[in-house]
Design a protein around this ligand. Structure first.
Ligand code: QUE
Length: 374
């Protein structure tokens, strides 16, 4: 464990009714609260304790700093582990992903309401924390995305489950292009439950503390408290909704190569949001594009637990293949923004290469997430 155990602040607030509210505050604002292994372990331990504690009526997950709820994962530590592992699966990555996915899964299946305050940047690992919560709040500053194609990873943390379940082909499009969602997009695609003004966090906590907690249905009571918060003065407008039919048309192809070529050759009509998505795909990893296409196909048919098990395999394969390491080098280590991807385009990637990302390095009995959902 870390020598810096205030990376997540774990607190219990007493309510006037005599109950307790669990609070987890991500506390690495300079790193945009990117999730590291210590943070994930602390959160998982706290949730496991609170699930068995009858005094606790609900949990609030939030973060310090205005900029980000959580901008992703601690990929610099992962880079350092990959650099010294020489093309094998770094044990650190296996530990990190196992802990992170167990945490995400625990949030999805928690026995009491979990409120996530998803204000500011919510990307990658942050999406994993948000998506499974029973009460997902976004604000006028929220920016949600799965931008992993930029770094040669792929949209994990349950992306295999939630992307193929978004309206039409929007999940495939967002995974391929790293497209940004604002608060209105998040509401439209069903990844948020309430859009409120970013000034309302203290009001939310105060009202949760003052609530009577007298009724049986804790989830309904949290919904009521949240419904009393103020909406944004200038609410955002959904890009995904505005472009849904266009996105569905672009993503209707039968193969990854067809879809990617349709998006890359499309006239984005000077639309800023669509053009940015197109640009991100054009400079992103061709291997990642295949992984996104494949995970959306496979994930549509899988349970949540099986999606996380598949992602543990994919993520460990990413840790040994070199593509992810090169992406992190180019974007975050050397910052030359010039990753040398292993294949020049989607059409050059052999099927066997992609198949290997889904080939388990473990037997069912030795899979690190074998007990998930059991
Ligand atoms: C694409 C990504 C990530 C990214 C940038 C991308 C990502 C991620 C981070 C990140 C952000 C802040 C940090 C940090 C990492 O950046 O997944 O350590 O402090 O975690 O273009 O997928």
């Amino acid at each position: 464990m870390s020598n810096n155990n205030n990376v997540v602040l774990v607190e219990e607030y007493l309510t006037t009714s005599g109950h307790k509210i669990g609070s987890l505050v991500l506390n690495k604002p300079k790193a945009l609260n990117a999730l590291d292994l210590d943070m994930a372990s602390i959160m998982l331990d706290a949730l496991n304790g609170w699930s068995k504690n009858d005094e606790i009526v609900c949990v609030v997950i939030s973060s310090h700093g205005d900029k980000a709820f959580c901008a992703g994962g601690d990929i610099v530590s992962m880079y350092n582990a990959m650099k010294t592992s020489d093309g094998t699966i770094p044990p650190f990555l296996e530990s990190f992903f196992t802990t992170e996915y167990t945490l995400d899964y625990t949030i999805h299946n928690f026995s009491k309401p979990i409120i996530v305050w998803g204000s500011g940047i919510v990307m990658g690992g942050g999406m994993g924390l948000l998506c499974g919560a029973s009460h997902r709040i976004v604000t006028e500053t929220s920016r949600l995305a799965m931008p992993e194609i930029t770094i040669g990873l792929y949209p994990d943390v349950g992306g295999s489950y939630f992307l193929p379940r978004l309206p039409g082909k929007s999940g495939l499009f967002l995974g391929l292009t790293g497209g940004n969602m604002n608060g209105a997009d998040a509401m439209y695609v069903g990844l948020a439950d309430a859009l409120v003004d970013s000034s309302q966090f203290d009001v939310l906590l105060e009202n949760l503390k003052e609530h009577s907690w007298a009724e049986a249905n804790l989830g309904q009571q949290v919904t009521t408290v949240i419904s009393e918060l103020s909406s944004p003065v200038n609410p955002p407008v959904s890009n995904v909704e505005a472009h849904q039919d266009y996105i569905d048309g672009l993503c209707s192809g039968e193969s990854c190569a067809e879809v990617v070529s349709a998006i890359l050759s499309a006239d984005m009509n000077n639309d800023k949001w669509l053009s940015r998505a197109q640009k991100t795909l054009s400079v992103g990893s061709p291997i990642t594009a295949h992984l996104v296409f494949e995970q959306c196909q496979r994930g549509a048919e899988l349970s949540l637990a099986d999606c996380f098990k598949m992602e543990a395999i994919m993520s460990c394969r990413c840790g040994e293949s070199g593509e992810f390491q090169e992406g992190v080098r180019a974007l975050l280590i050397d910052k030359d923004n010039n990753p040398k991807w292993q294949y020049p385009s989607v059409s050059n990637v052999p099927a066997e290469v992609i198949a290997n990302y889904f080939a388990s390095p473990w037997s069912d009995e030795t899979h690190p997430l074998k007990d998930l959902g059991a």
